[in-house]
Write a new protein. Structure first.
Length: 249
């Protein structure tokens, strides 16, 4: 049976991989994104809507348009600044926390009601291994991703009696444009080369590698499926087993 799926920040990166995976599963997929050009490039098989994840009025408008949801992927996020905590600008802190945490909050605030009404649904939060470990030079991002875990567990407890599950995926270092930006900024902050920082991230995993967006998408499809019908309130890392987030600091 086809499900209705909404993915925030679904026009690129992990969100796009999720959208493609759910389309392949035969689902009706809606994505929101702030990047108008990326939305324009999406195939017709994906329903696209322009939206800033932290704009409550717009989020509410789109959720009302979508109507009943089976799967909600609260995926919107930005990397935020790379700096020691005492050097983080307050505006940069607020922007990072707003997109990562408030974006997730607004998605569930306005998307959860229809799920509870029909007594079914799966909410999947994109956190990060930064939501499991402390990350040097990434204080706003880590703080927001830790907070998403608390939000997820609360949603799981509140929505569980209505047949709605909630879980969080914690990606490790994901190959792609966003991670390349992180690598460049960390290299500059630490006086290292991009390759040295990359090798440090890879060396901190037992599998000695980055993950790909499709790895995260595969987990999302599983968590939304009947095969995971009793999986809720869980923090699931897809990271090749991170042991130490920054062994070379």
């Amino acid at each position: 049976m086809s499900r209705r799926v909404l993915i925030t920040a679904g026009a690129s990166g992990i969100g796009l991989a999720m959208a493609q995976a759910f389309v392949m599963a035969g689902d009706e997929v809606w994505v929101t994104d702030v990047d108008a050009a990326a939305l324009e490039a999406l195939p017709e098989t994906i329903i696209a809507r322009h939206c800033d994840a932290a704009d409550e009025a717009r989020v509410a408008e789109i959720m009302a348009e979508v109507g009943t949801l089976d799967v909600l992927c609260a995926n919107a996020g930005i990397a935020g600044p790379t700096a020691m905590v005492e050097d983080v600008d307050l505006t940069d802190w607020r922007t990072c926390v707003s997109v990562n945490l408030e974006g997730a909050f607004l998605a569930v605030k306005h998307g959860l009601g229809p799920m509870k009404a029909v007594k079914r649904g799966s909410v999947i939060f994109t956190s990060s291994t930064a939501g499991i470990f402390g990350y040097p030079n990434r204080a706003p991002y880590a703080a927001a991703k830790w907070a998403i875990i608390g939000l997820m567990k609360t949603v799981a407890m509140e929505a569980g009696p209505f047949g709605v599950r909630a879980n969080a995926i914690c990606p490790g270092a994901v190959e792609g444009e966003r991670m390349e930006g992180v690598l460049a900024r960390e290299a500059a902050a630490k006086g290292m080369t991009r390759d040295q920082v990359y090798e440090g991230y890879a060396a901190s995993t037992s599998m000695r590698s980055f993950v790909e967006a499709r790895d995260i998408a595969d987990m999302a499809v599983f968590l939304a499926s009947d095969a995971a019908r009793r999986v809720s309130g869980q923090v699931i890392a897809v990271d090749g087993h991170t042991e130490n987030p920054d062994p070379k600091l």
